[in-house]
Design a protein around this ligand. Sequence first.
Ligand code: CP
Length: 319
Amino acid sequence: MSQSLAWNRKDLIDVEFLSRAEIETIFTTATAFKKAMAVNNKKLPYLKGRTIVNLFLEPSTRTRLAFEVAASRLSADTITVTGDASSLSKGETLRDTARNMEALKADIIIMRHCASGAPNYLSKAVNIPVINAGDGSHAHPTQALLDAFTLLEKFGTLEGKKVTILGDILFSRVARSNIICLQKLGAQVTIAGPSTLVPKAFEAMGVTVSHDLRNALEGADAVMLLRIQHERQSATHFPSIGEYTSSFGLNKARAKWLKPGAIIMHPGPINRGVEIDSELADSEHSVILEQVTNGIVVRMAILHLCSSAHNNETIQLPT
Ligand code: CP
């Protein structure tokens, strides 16, 4: 079945660039894929004959594997390249690396990079689609989209829903992309944590900033935990992990402050016993593994839409 959907982009760099209609197109496509896979768990043919390069220059479990599974479900061939296994380690530039991948007939590059802005830079250096799988502390669009998709499955709408993002906001690409995506879909976002990691300056993004955990959790429909990103911090932003946990860690007693029926989210990887207790991470209120599973269909949708736009093809969806 071909559909007229709001999409004309070859790249996915940041949710900031997406309209609400484009976000909804991703979700319509992901929902069609999810239904098709529930009925018949066979591969879909939409990327048959295409080659997708996963260029992951930072560690990843969920994002990389979900993109690999998504590509496989769409019948594409995938090649994974890591920094120390490529000529980047010999000093080749990112631009030359990507242009060589294009010369080797890659059809899509999916990239994770420690530098904010690297995928945007790359998307201008090559003609094939570039998908951002996380760049520095800047953006993680596919994570935000799968998080919103999971929330929509639970609540039907995000209009007026209260979502609290708790933890290391300052260094988090997940937080930044989620704030933008959730607001585009009508949610009210509160960010919470120590003032060193959750500065008041974030109010410019239209969120409520709270350093009082009880206030931040009371009445929330969902709480999204973030881990402390030591790899991006050059200084200590709180006295010790123990002190962070005692002030801001989510445990069973504090989770009672949430709205009844509220859900608990985490993009992973989890630091169990730091930002969240294990009994909550594994509880019936947790949708953490549903987020991971939804990452497959949301990434299938993004690959299919960007490839269709790049090749001037009408968007086909399973019936
Ligand atoms: N959520 C996320 O980006 O996890 P990975 O680092 O394992 O990909």
